[in-house]
Design a protein around this ligand. Structure first.
Ligand SMILES: [Zn+2]
Length: 285
């Protein structure tokens, strides 16, 4: 049996499974302060005999296996978590082999092996929810660069001069287009905003700005958009239409319904990806 843990900004999904797609038991807990959340996680996994455990976690986190600080959360992106070493905590408290990657790289892996990213040499997974995170796979391996990518924090145009919610940069992509940014701007929960509301056109434009940057930098075969905001499925066509206008036929692209698509695994991309991490060494380039 293998274990998977997807640690997100709002909730953590825990699972034990026979294989990445054969989950036997799962549990969802809310992400609170680390001492409480980690104790809940360890309690769950210590009920099972697992051969290995894959963890896809929020960051920013050191995922360089050669570093002495492998597993260290380096910023206070979630209150109380800066300075927590996820790898050491899991290794100390669960007696099994631990593999680690970012939550978005895990989700990209899930989609690459079992979802809508099959056969994509260059695959991007973007989550738009509590924050914006981006995982990049090249030939099935996560591209991490020197630390790991933080594409959610690129600057984007801000045509309506809205103030952003990113604690570090204010008006970066995440600061302007994440779920909390949307809700602060329109003073409503995303789920309460009607489909015809101008908020969604504005949101689609802000999302498309970031996608333009991704396509310009990575020329991917596919960009999969997941996360809480993307539960509004009408957004996909609006985003494609803004993207098309902005790209302006600069280079030939595959059909935009293929280029910008839904997760084939729905909300399970991250947990299935974490189980893939458990199943083998996380391959990074
Ligand atoms: Zn930012």
């Amino acid at each position: 049996m293998i274990g998977g843990a997807e640690l997100g900004g709002t909730k953590c999904i825990l699972a034990v499974a026979k294989s990445p797609t054969e989950i036997i038991e799962r549990k969802i807990i809310s992400t609170k302060r680390p001492e409480y959340t980690l104790a809940e996680i360890f309690k769950f996994f210590n009920n099972f005999e697992i051969e290995s455990l894959g963890v896809g976690t929020f960051g920013p986190i050191n995922i360089d296996k050669k570093s002495k600080e492998y597993g260290l959360l380096v910023s206070e992106s979630k209150e109380g978590w800066q300075g927590v070493n996820i790898f050491s905590e899991f290794s100390k408290n669960i007696n099994t082999k631990i593999s680690l990657d970012t939550d978005v790289n895990a989700a990209a892996l899930g989609e690459y092996f079992y979802g809508s990213g099959k056969n994509c040499d260059n695959l991007i997974y973007v989550t738009i929810g509590t924050g914006i995170g981006v995982g990049v796979l090249v030939n099935g391996k996560s591209y991490t660069g020197n630390f790991h990518l933080e594409v959610g924090h690129i600057p984007i145009p801000n045509p309506d001069q809205v103030s952003g919610v990113c604690k570090i940069h204010g008006e970066c992509w995440e600061g302007l287009a994440s779920g909390p940014a949307l809700e602060r701007r329109w003073k409503m929960q995303g789920s309460e905003i009607p489909e015809s509301h101008i908020a969604w056109e504005k949101e689609s434009q802000l999302i498309a700005y970031g996608l333009i940057s991704i396509v310009a930098n990575h020329s991917p075969d596919k960009i999969i958009l997941g996360g809480g905001v993307m539960k509004q499925s009408h957004l996909y066509s609006k985003i494609r239409s803004h993207f098309k206008k902005m790209w302006n036929n600069y280079t030939p692209l595959v059909d935009l319904t293929d280029l910008i698509s839904k997760p084939g695994l729905g909300p399970d991309s991250g947990i299935i990806g974490s189980l893939i991490l458990a199943d083998g060494e996380p391959a990074q380039i």
